[in-house]
Structures are given as C-alpha cells and as structure tokens.
Design a protein around this ligand. Structure first.
Ligand SMILES: Cc1cc2nc3c(=O)[nH]c(=O)nc-3n(C[C@H](O)[C@H](O)[C@H](O)COP(=O)(O)OP(=O)(O)OC[C@H]3O[C@@H](n4cnc5c(N)ncnc54)[C@H](O)[C@@H]3O)c2cc1C
Length: 385
C-alpha cells in the first residue's frame, strides 16, 4: 500500500495551492459580498489555462488526464481559498465526464475542449427540478421528437453556473409510458438556443460567487444528434456520473474545513485570555484534535474513492462514504473553528463565518447525506442478502 502522492500529483497540488493563495484568497471575501462576476470568471479562465478544468479528461479532448486523485487534491486546495470557484471547477469536471462517458465522438470533440480550455467559462449539469431533487426519476421536463429535432419543455432548478455556461447537459423524459426512471434521456443543449432561458437566481446562504439559477425550456428545439447515449437510459448515466461528482464535493468540503481549522489554530496561538494563549486550554486543544483527526479521515476516504475510480474498480459506495463523511466532518470543523474564535468568529472581519456558510451546502447538493446513507446501506446489505 502506498499513500504517497506521485511526483505529478505533488506538482498539481503545489500549483493549485500557489494559485489559490495568490489569486483566489485575496478576492474570496470580496466576491462573497459583491457581485464581481468579471473577477470570478477571470480566475476560472486562469485555472483553465493551468489545466484545472480537465484534470480527469483524456488528452485527446483537451484534458490533462492526471486522474481522480490529482483532481481531488487540487479541488481541496482551491476550496481552501474559494468554495465558489471550487464548486464551479467540480461541476465543469462532472459535465466533461458525462460527455466523455456517453457523448458521441463528435460531441466529445466539440464540447469538452471548450470547457477544458476556458473558451466556455463553464458547463452546467441540469438534473434537479422543483419537484424532483433527491428523487430525479420524478422529473417532468420532457423531450419529444419532431422531424429532425427534439423539443424540450419544462424547467430545472438550482443549476450551478447557468448564466455563463456554454453548454448544458440536460435530462428529460422521452418516454412517458415507461416505468419510473426508465424513460429519461440525456441531451446537450448549447447556451443561446432559442427556447432556453436562464431564469431566477437563487439567493443563497453561501457560495455567493457561484451562480445558481432556474433554467427554463419552452419549445426549445435542439438537433436530433443532441441526444447523448442511448435513448431512455439517461437516469443511469446521471446516477453513475454523480458518484464521481461526489468525490469533487467531498474534496471541496475538506478544503473549507481545513481552511477554517488552520485559521482557528493560528488564532488560538495568538489570542490571550486569563493571561495565557487560549491554545493552552484543553477545551480548545480537543476541538483542534477532534477536527483535524476527522478531516484526516475524510482525506483518506476521498483518496480511497479516487484511487478506486482511477483503477476502474467499483467506487460508488466509497464515493458516497467519502462525500457524506467529508461534508459532515467539514461542517463540524467549521462550527468548532468559529467557536474557537469566540465573538470574532461571528464577525465578518474574520473569514470563519464565510467558511461556515460556504460549507453548509456540501451535505445537500449532489445528493444529501440521507441519500448517501441510503446508497451506502444498499450496497452493504447486498452482501448479506
Ligand atoms: C447551491 C446549490 C447548487 C446546486 N447545483 C445543482 C446543479 O448544478 N445541478 C443540479 O441538477 N442540481 C443542483 N442542485 C440541487 C441539489 O442537488 C438538490 O438540492 C439536492 O439533490 C436535494 O434535493 P432537494 O433540494 O429537492 O431536497 P429534497 O429531495 O426535497 O429533500 C428534502 C429532505 O428530505 C430528505 N429526503 C429526501 N428523500 C429521502 C429519502 N428517500 N430518505 C430519507 N430522506 C430523504 C433529504 O435528505 C432532505 O433532508 C444544487 C443545489 C444547491 C443548493
């Protein structure tokens, strides 16, 4: 067993860390409070030029092909500075992986290089609807064939990057008569297509710089060859690819948790109460010990899931374990870090309240903790049936 990173992985980690410290960290607090989209998109473009939009993508489609372990550690470094940037990188990677997995050769050559190179600021993954979150099989957005086109109708909810995405991967019902979940297909829809409207922006608790919008389809005509993969087998694609996405979200959560704890540990060495630094108090030491231990456990779960994915072994259960544990451990770490800084932790002069807000959603999106537990238990119970 070798838990050491390879020379290439260390280089990617170091490059991500340097970029996060020099470019993301200085603007993260401002981007949380003001809508400076140009600065946000400018950083995404720089990340694309460094190869971070295509870490798991094959070289022939413009990626770096560095693997999932490299992707996970890079995302953690990016999230230490800016969770909004990290979620955008994670969703871009997810969109590329869906196209890479089930797109035609033409679709792969047309769209993936544009996301990897930064020509498209982002790609969007449009699965969730107002009535279909944890249960995407209950979606109602539909696609019907009309001559040489598909016509989409319906609306998607909570779609990350929608206003600046160049392309959307969209799921829609293509066979209403099929049993639940068996009549859903997956499509590629270019931004600017007539009938596609980016709707209302969500006002969120955190991750403010990352845009989250409704996306509406009204008689939206797309070419017949915009279908990806086999008709009516789209839900399986979403489920399979979301397992990879969960490694991204767990890695993001880990980065925010580490940022919060590092800040609080440094503060504990400086803050004096009762004539001594608060780091001398056992109550503070235990928060540090528990949080760093849990974050280290999260890191190892993420490495395990990433390694299995890279080795082409089954990894869905491990990805769910890693996402569930990392997101919950990171939430606990952010809570403890804020507590360690007392009233200052609650103040916007410190970054701890931003970390606590930014990390909250990681137990919710790309499958809630409850759904991860369902997946994990289902996989384990198969072994006892
Ligand atoms: C900031 C943000 C960005 C997002 N980005 C995207 C995106 O880019 N693309 C996209 O498609 N979606 C996106 N989402 C949607 C996200 O994936 C969903 O919010 C999530 O899957 C949960 O769905 P829901 O919000 O409808 O909650 P619900 O499914 O309504 O769940 C409500 C509660 O019920 C629980 N629950 C539901 N079913 C069960 C069950 N069977 N057993 C036990 N408990 C259950 C849940 O765990 C939760 O606690 C985003 C969401 C947010 C907040």
């Amino acid at each position: 067993m070798d838990l050491e990173l390879s020379a290439e992985q260390k280089l990617i980690q170091e490059t991500a860390r340097r970029f996060a410290r020099s470019e993301l960290d200085p603007v993260a607090a401002r981007l949380d409070r003001t809508d400076d989209r140009d600065a946000f998109l400018g950083n995404l473009k720089k990340l694309a030029s460094l190869g971070f939009m295509g870490l798991t993508v094959a070289e022939e489609y413009g990626g770096v092909q560095a693997g999932t372990v490299a992707f996970s550690i890079a995302l953690t470094e990016i999230a230490r500075a800016c969770a909004s940037t990290a979620v955008t990188v994670s969703v871009n990677n997810l969109v590329c992986e869906v196209i890479q997995a089930v797109g035609s050769e033409e679709q792969k050559k047309t769209y993936i290089p544009k996301i990897c190179s930064g020509e498209y600021a982002a790609g969007s993954f449009a699965l969730t609807e107002s009535g279909a979150g944890s249960d995407p099989a209950s979606m109602t957005t539909s696609a019907r064939q009309d001559g040489d086109a598909w016509v989409l109708n319906g609306s998607k909810m909570f779609i990350t990057s929608a206003p600046y995405a160049g392309v959307f991967v969209v799921w829609a019902v293509t066979d209403k008569a099929a049993s639940k979940g068996k009549g859903i297909s997956c499509f590629l829809v270019e931004a600017g297509t007539k009938g596609l409207t980016v709707g209302k922006a969500e006002e969120k608790m955190g991750q403010h710089a990352s845009a989250t919008h409704e996306v509406v389809f009204e008689e939206c005509r797309i070419p017949r060859d915009a279908l990806m993969g086999k008709p009516n087998s789209g839900l399986r694609v979403a489920t399979a690819e979301l397992a990879g996405g969960r490694i991204g979200i767990g890695s993001l959560a880990l980065g925010v948790g580490l940022a919060a704890m590092d800040y609080a540990a440094r503060y504990a060495q400086e803050r004096v109460q009762f004539n001594q630094k608060i780091a001398n108090f056992q109550a503070i030491q235990w928060m540090i010990a528990d949080s760093y231990t849990e974050l280290e456990a999260a890191r190892l779960l993420l490495m395990n899931a990433s390694y299995r994915k890279d080795q082409k072994k089954p990894f869905a259960k491990e990805a769910s374990m890693a996402k569930m544990y990392a997101s919950e451990a990171a939430n606990r770490a952010c809570y403890a870090a804020l507590q360690m800084a007392g009233g200052y932790g609650y103040s916007k002069d410190f970054p701890l309240e931003r970390y606590a807000r930014d990390v909250r959603v990681t137990t919710i999106y790309e499958g809630t903790s409850e759904i991860q537990r369902m997946i994990i238990a289902r996989e384990i119970l198969k072994g006892f049936a």
